[in-house]
Design a protein around this ligand. Structure first.
Ligand code: SF4
Length: 289
């Protein structure tokens, strides 16, 4: 990105950040759910579930997630690590959201429980993979492999992870943008700032990859963060590279604000004099420049 372009982008994105009421937006975001907990292990497990199941419409999946967490009791981490597969199925029973059902949730908890027993925390597992990896992408791939390494026969009748579990835990090595896994990482690594938790200190914030959802991708195209049309890991890396040139220490600091500009319906996604009038990104949006 040219110096001139960066000089235009940075103040516009800063204005967007300043104008975003993060506390209000958190109430409409899945990150609100792990904020229920104070023990870092419970935050991690609630965050893993909340990010993995954050697909589709937030007003549809969030109430189901909230009820699921209620069924896991006061400590989701203790439930994940100390329960048998049958007990996990019982806890998850009744959960249904689009292509995900109780068995998928039980598998996710079973994998997380095995990780907790082996490492003490999900963060300790990720840190080990990060130390042994050349990039955050390979560390994330190893983390997913470990979550999916359990023998799932007591839950699904099959040893290997089902396609539906793989949908919840896509592997970055297969080219997916892995939006929900990068969201989980953003929550765990950045902050604490009232949105993200800042629990995983061994992973540098500067290495994070933007959780590329449809909103960040679309608005990113409007303001020149990418021209790529696919929601892929390569596109997420390109957007991140351009954001990193604005803030090398914290390339995903604008992600929450960008995403909620789209989620809230504030962005017109076209030239709309009335709706674009108050948008902080108007000076850099391709519809107006
Ligand atoms: S100027 Fe309009 S179209 Fe462009 S990002 Fe803002 S709201 Fe969206």
């Amino acid at each position: 990105m040219t110096w001139k372009r960066a000089a235009l982008l940075r103040p516009a994105l800063e204005r967007l950040l300043e104008g975003t009421d993060a506390a209000a937006r958190v109430r409409g975001d899945p990150v609100e759910l792990p904020h229920r907990y104070s023990d870092p292990r419970d935050v991690e497990v609630a965050a893993l579930l909340s990010s993995a199941l954050a697909y589709g419409r937030v007003d549809l999946f969030k109430p189901r997630l909230s009820a699921l967490l209620d069924r896991l009791g006061p400590s989701p981490a203790a439930t994940a690590s100390d329960s048998s597969p049958a007990e996990l199925l019982e806890r998850a029973s009744g959960f249904a959201y689009r292509m995900t059902d109780a068995r998928d949730v039980a598998c996710l908890l079973y994998g997380a429980g095995a990780m907790l027993r082996a490492h003490g925390s999900l963060g300790a597992s990720f840190a080990k993979h990060y130390r042994n990896s050349v990039s955050i992408k390979t560390a994330l791939g190893a983390f997913v492999d470990e979550l999916c390494a359990a023998d799932f026969r007591p839950i699904t009748g099959r040893r290997a992870p089902t396609r539906r579990l793989k949908h919840l835990l896509p592997h970055p090595g297969r080219g997916s943008a892995c939006k929900r896994l990068n969201l989980f990482l953003r929550w765990m690594v950045r902050g604490p700032d009232g949105v993200d938790f800042g629990l995983w200190r061994e992973v540098p914030v500067s290495e994070l990859v933007v959780p590329l959802d449809t909103h960040v991708h679309r608005i990113g195209r409007f303001i020149g963060l990418t021209r790529r049309k696919d929601l892929s890991w390569r596109t997420a890396e390109e957007v991140t590279r351009r954001l990193r040139s604005l803030d090398p220490a914290d390339p995903v600091r604008y992600d929450f604000a960008l995403s909620h500009l789209g989620i809230s319906g504030t962005c017109a996604a076209r030239k709309d004099a009335r709706r674009c009038a108050g948008c902080a990104l108007k000076p850099i949006c391709r519809f107006w420049t």
